[in-house]
Ligand binder design. Structure first.
Ligand SMILES: C[S@@+](CC[C@H](N)C(=O)[O-])C[C@H]1O[C@@H](n2cnc3c(N)ncnc32)[C@H](O)[C@@H]1O
Length: 356
């Protein structure tokens, strides 16, 4: 009877030497793994032939720095715009555990689905389609490399950015098309170019609490933006850490340890500005007053925090104290005076103030 041969491809498992072909395959497999580990994202991009590489738009070296914290995370990455599938080749190499969701309006792009790569066919101008994809694959990174139409850039951002997970990144590529003589060709159904939206959001971040507001939609979106990074031809928005504990909670013990009255003033202001508990803001301001009882800065802040907490009589008494310690209303520093006058007007004019 003829002995049954172990198939050649399994021989190495039982200690038999594999065939030469199998050796070659193993070596090639290891070589590919080693090479893709060692390649930069930009090098992967050049090999794949995407125009994101440094021989064209030069986005990838920026992305390597910006995306690296997610390299091993099991996140969802949505890229709008597949074309010939070049960029869909690089994301699974760079992100070791991510699922890549390619979106394109062209049904022929369905052929680029593969290992860890999902394709959904639809338009970035379709709210239900975009929302459905985000529901199915809540994204941590989104890259808008689709139609490049101005109206689509803004629409997609408004629909998708709110769905981005904590600390996620949203990229709008190829913004250069909206400048120069051909800009009108990219306006789509009209409206402002995307760089106006980016400027509005950036200005909102720059203005801080100084009351500058873009339109209501952008104002709401900007509240969830931690950072805007503009690189040549593209902009990257980073979402705030939605899970972070409030800074006053995490930093209270450190401020306590710092034994610095100005830190308590800042802490009270922070709690007030961010809508934290009014009683906590009063407690922080009180700590500043305890350290500096004769300082109009600390007493003025305590007056404000008491006023904000609805403790009107105590707020009015604090105002009276600040004014009297300053030597009268006309001696109070103008910016502080405006605040104190507002409190006094709403909480009852304090009487018997020296110099008033
Ligand atoms: C610049 S190419 C994408 C290139 C690809 N990301 C890469 O780097 O290899 C743009 C793609 O967007 C697609 N596209 C155009 N309009 C679209 C729309 N409204 N919604 C979704 N995709 C669209 C086009 O079919 C095209 O495949």
């Amino acid at each position: 009877m003829q002995e049954k041969q172990t198939p050649r491809r399994f021989r190495w498992m039982i200690g038999l030497p594999p065939s030469l072909g199998l050796y070659k395959n193993i070596i090639r497999h290891h070589e590919e793994a080693r090479v893709s580990q060692a390649l930069t994202l930009d090098e992967m991009g050049i090999l794949a032939g995407t125009d994101k590489s440094s021989i064209e738009h030069d986005y990838l070296r920026h992305y390597e720095a910006l995306f690296s914290e997610w390299r091993d995370a099991p996140i969802n990455i949505i890229e709008i715009g597949i074309a010939s599938g070049a960029s869909l080749k690089i994301w699974p190499q760079f992100f070791r555990n991510a699922t890549i969701i390619g979106i394109d309006i062209n049904p022929a792009c369905a052929r680029f689905a593969g290992d860890r790569v999902v394709v959904r066919i639809g338009s970035q101008g379709d709210r239900d389609f975009l929302s459905g994809v985000c529901r199915e694959f809540p994204p941590t990174i989104v890259i808008d490399d689709g139609s490049h139409r101005a109206d689509h850039n803004r629409f997609t951002f408004e629909v998708v950015f709110p769905q981005l997970l904590s600390r996620g990144l949203y990229v709008i590529e190829d913004l250069f098309v909206h400048f120069g003589p051909a800009a009108g060709e990219w306006s789509g159904a009209g409206g402002k170019p995307p760089h106006d939206m980016i400027n509005d959001i950036s200005n909102k971040l720059l203005a801080g609490t100084n009351g500058w507001r873009p339109d209501a939609t952008l104002d709401a979106l900007a509240r969830e933006i931690d950072r805007v990074v503009t690189i040549p031809r593209a902009t990257v928005f980073r979402k705030i850490d939605l899970d972070a504990r409030p800074a006053w909670e995490t930093n209270w013990p450190l401020v306590e340890k710092s034994d610095n009255w100005q830190n308590w003033v800042s802490m009270a202001n922070l709690i007030d500005r961010k809508g934290g508990p009014a009683a906590l803001a009063v407690a922080a301001a009180q700590k500043a007053v305890d350290a500096q009882p004769n300082n109009p800065v600390t007493r003025g802040r305590l007056a404000w925090m008491l006023y904000r907490a609805g403790r009107k009589a105590e707020a009015a008494a604090e105002v009276a104290l600040v004014v009297s310690k300053s030597g009268g209303w006309d001696k109070v520093e103008p910016a502080r005076r405006r605040t104190l006058e507002r409190i006094a007007a709403e909480c009852g004019e304090p009487r018997n103030i020296a110099g008033s």
